[in-house]
Ligand binder design. Structure first.
Ligand SMILES: [Zn+2]
Length: 441
C-alpha cells in the first residue's frame, strides 16, 4: 500500500480497525464466490459457497465478517440455516450432529451497496475492489486465516477483468452477462482477494517462468504500459534472489485504475493512473510498483499473524523497495529512501509519538502510527543491515523468508530466524528498536 494516499489509508483504517474473529473449532478451506457488480445502481449481488470443516462436533455456530452486506439466505446442502446479522458479523447457527473433519458446503446469498470495499467509476466504466474484502463478500478478516478462492464475475460484454490466480477464458452466453472465472489455488488471507474490471488496454510479457501482464485505460496503449512497467522483470528477479523463493504463481499482473489506488492483492496489484503518468514522465518514479510487488513475498507469502505485527508486512516491503531502488539506480537512491524514513521517524520521536513496532493493539491507528510501521519499520531493517553487514543480513532475511513461507508470522519469528541464521544474539537490538519505543530507553 502507498502511505501517501489518504483515501487508501482511510480504507485501510476502516478495515484494520475491525475486530478480529478467530475461527474456533472450525476451519475454512475454500471460498467460491459468484458476484455480479451492477454499475447502474452501484450495488452487487453475490452467492458465496464456503467449504469448511468442524473440529468441534459441539460447535453451534460459525461467525463471518460481512460488512454491511444484506444476507438473504444461508443453506447447508438442502437445509436452510438460521442466521443473524449483528453489526458487521454474520452469525450462522449450525445443525446438531456436525461430523468432525467432514468437508461441508455452506451457501450464502446476499446483496449489498458499494461501500468501502468496492469502487465503481462510471466515467471510466471501471469496478474494482479496495481492500475491505468483507464489504463485498462474507469472509474472515483475520489475516492469519488462509483459504483458496475462486471468483466468478458476471460482467457486461467488452470488459476486461483481473483477479487472483489463474483465469479461464471469459464465456459470453447470448443475452446474458459475460462470465469471468479466476481461481487461486494457493491458500491466501482474504484481505488480498480482489478483482478489477474495465475497458482496459492490456499487454503481456514473459520473465522466466512468470507471465507479466499490464492493464490500463486509454489513453494508455500497450506500448506506454510496457514503458510504465518496464522494470517489472528486473524487480521480480531481484525479489526472487533476495527472498530465495521463486515468484509462486504463474502470472503477476499490474493494473492502472482511475482515481487513487495502491494495493497489493494475491497475484496482482492496483495503482492509480497517475502512477503511470508519473513513471512515463520520470522512469525512476517506480517506488509504488516496486513496493506493491515486494508484498507478493513480504505480506502475501509471509503474512502478519495479526495487525499488531503489521510492520512485518509494511516495514519490510518499504525497506525492500529501497533495496530494489539501490539495485536499480545505485546506492544514492537507497540512501534517499532511508534518509526520508529517518527524517519522518525522528520527527515523530521528537513529538513524543514514538511507539513499539509491535503494537499493543491496532484498533484505532493514527496516520502517525502508520508512518511508524512503514518508516520506522524500514529504518530498523536498515539499521539491522548496518549491524550485521550485507552478507549476513541478506542471508538472514532469506532464511526468515524461506522458513516461514506460506505462514503467518509475528515479530518473534523474524527475530528468531535472524538469530538462527546469523548466530548473533539480537535481543538488545530488538529491545531498542522493535519491542519498546526507543524514547523510553
Ligand atoms: Zn504496502
Amino acid at each position: 500500500m502507498n502511505k501517501t494516499l489518504t483515501t487508501i489509508a482511510l480504507l485501510l483504517w476502516a478495515c484494520l480497525s475491525w475486530p478480529v474473529w478467530a475461527q474456533q473449532g472450525w476451519s475454512v478451506q475454500h471460498f467460491a464466490l459468484q458476484l455480479e457488480p451492477r454499475f447502474e445502481s452501484r450495488t452487487m449481488v453475490g452467492t458465496l459457497d464456503m467449504a469448511f470443516s468442524v473440529q468441534d462436533t459441539k460447535l453451534h455456530h460459525v461467525d463471518l465478517d460481512a460488512g454491511e452486506l444484506v444476507v438473504g439466505a444461508v443453506t447447508l446442502g438442502a437445509q436452510a440455516l438460521v442466521f443473524e446479522k449483528s453489526g458487521t458479523r454474520l452469525h450462522i447457527t449450525l445443525p446438531d450432529g456436525m461430523v468432525a473433519g467432514r468437508r461441508q458446503h455452506l451457501r450464502i446469498s446476499y446483496q449489498g451497496r458499494a461501500s468501502s470495499g468496492l469502487r465503481f467509476d462510471a466515467d471510466s466504466q471501471q469496478v474494482a475492489t479496495a481492500f475491505s474484502t468483507s464489504h463485498w463478500m462474507p469472509c474472515l478478516d483475520d489475516p492469519s486465516v488462509r483459504a483458496r478462492f475462486t471468483l466468478t464475475l458476471a460482467l457486461r460484454p467488452q470488459l476486461v477483468s483481473v483477479g487472483n490466480g489463474n483465469p479461464r477464458p471469459p464465456v459470453q452466453r447470448p443475452g446474458r452477462l459475460t462470465e469471468h472465472v479466476w481461481r487461486l489455488d494457493t491458500p491466501m488471507p482474504s484481505y488480498v482477494y480482489g478483482f478489477a474490471a474495465g475497458p482496459f488496454e492490456q499487454v503481456r510479457q514473459t520473465a522466466g517462468k512468470t507471465t507479466l501482464e499490464y492493464f490500463g485505460p486509454q489513453p494508455f496503449t500497450p506500448q506506454s504500459l510496457n514503458q510504465v512497467f518496464a522494470d517489472s522483470a528486473d524487480m521480480l528477479a531481484f525479489y526472487e534472489k533476495r527472498s530465495g523463493i521463486p515468484y509462486p504463481l504463474p502470472a503477476y499482473r499490474q493494473v492502472l485504475l482511475a482515481g487513487p489506488a495502491a494495493q497489493e492483492m494475491a497475484g496482482y496489484s492496483v495503482m492509480g493512473v497517475r502512477y503511470g503518468q508519473r513513471v512515463l514522465a520520470n522512469p525512476q518514479a517506480i517506488w509504488l510498483g516496486a513496493h506493491e510487488m515486494a508484498h507478493q513475498w513480504w505480506g502475501n507469502g509471509l503474512t502478519n499473524r495479526s495487525w499488531r505485527h503489521f510492520w512485518l508486512n509494511e516495514g519490510i516491503a518499504t525497506f525492500m523497495t529501497a533495496a530494489y531502488l539501490e539495485h536499480r539506480f545505485g546506492v544514492e537512491a537507497y540512501a534517499d529512501q532511508i534518509e526520508a524514513a529517518r527524517t519522518k521517524y525522528l520527527a515523530l520521536k521528537k513529538a513524543g509519538l514514538d511507539r513499539s513496532l509491535v503494537f499493543p493493539d491496532w484498533d484505532k491507528p493514527t496516520a502517525d502510527d502508520r508512518s511508524l510501521v512503514y518508516d520506522k519499520g524500514a529504518l530498523v531493517l536498515h539499521e539491522l543491515r548496518n549491524v550485521l553487514g550485507d552478507d549476513t543480513f541478506w542471508k538472514g532475511l532469506k532464511h526468515y523468508t524461506r522458513k516461514h513461507w506460506g505462514q503467518s508470522v509475528e515479530t518473534a519469528d523474524f527475530r528468531q530466524a535472524m538469530e538462527e541464521s546469523t548466530g548473533r544474539d539480537l535481543s538488545q537490538f530488538f529491545a531498542q528498536w522493535v519491542e519498546i519505543a526507543s524514547t523510553r530507553n
